[in-house]
Design a protein around this ligand. Sequence first.
Ligand SMILES: C=CCCn1cc(-c2nc(Nc3ccc(C4CCNCC4)cc3)nc3[nH]ccc23)cn1
Length: 312
Amino acid sequence: VAQSPRPQDLSPVSQDETLLEERHLRYVSLLGKGNFGTVELCCYDPMGDNTGELVAVKKLQPNKHSTLEDFQKEVKTLSALHCDYIVKYRGVCYSMGRLTMSLVMEYLPYGSLIGYMENHRNSITIKRMLLFAFQICKGMEHLQTQRYVHRDLAARNILVASDSLVKIADFGLTKVIPSDKEYYRVTQPGESPIFWYAPESIGESRFSHKSDIWSFGVVLHELFSYCDINCNPKRLCMQEIGPNVQGTSISMLLLNALKNNWRLPVPPNCPPKVCSLIKQCWEYDFKDRPCFFILANQIETIMQDERENSKG
Ligand SMILES: C=CCCn1cc(-c2nc(Nc3ccc(C4CCNCC4)cc3)nc3[nH]ccc23)cn1
């Protein structure tokens, strides 16, 4: 008698719930655009009865910077990260018609940290900023345990899930550090966000957990500046190195300024303990910078002191 097929013998596709079908993804609106491609708000509704869930869909746009292979690495990275402070992976969707693929993630309703800080400038407390800083630090600590270097940590890549939760959201430039090394060296710098880069990343394209720490210091600067456009790291750096310079000399002039101990001016009204955290992240020699584990403890201590003070 012919055996009826066991469920596991059916087509493997139906078993893999991270392989989403394009026909169930309904476009709602555009969430973001960048050199990576576009991110759209969609409703994933396989039952076709509007009981679906809202998801963020990052569509690959193969261009001179990001190829299909880069995109597949980004999918692999995000699907391997499981942390409350990193945006959740929902799956991938291949659209055969246009021979492209999309990365499907959880939808974070409050958008980017930059827009959130601008819109809530009057209601955000130091305590709330410290909570956000702690969460980003814990997300980066998780990345470090998986030997990932983010390489593009910036407020623009932090998303807000609720009034008390932020998540790291963009892993387009993330690389795995080889097990026999402590750093990653890139060959094609591409569109580099050098104003968030550590000196060794600007000068030698050298990226490590310690260069992510430098960028975390810039994120603290953005956070405690309420992501104010007038304190934007790019604007402040360009003011320092002279507004009318062009091309590669910008990175060399910035590197010289950093070598001569110039740093971004600390944000106005920044608590002294946060200023010292930022300074530690901006030590010129990467060996003198703290790790994310130590920073998380220091931020927690500052949060406790803030609680004591506000009671006192
Ligand atoms: C990481 C930055 C670069 C790429 N990127 C990612 C996203 C993104 N956005 C959202 N939510 C979201 C919610 C509201 C708004 C609005 C729009 C109208 N103006 C006010 C703000 C914008 C975005 N959830 C997400 N999950 C995973 C990715 C993702 C967007 N761009």
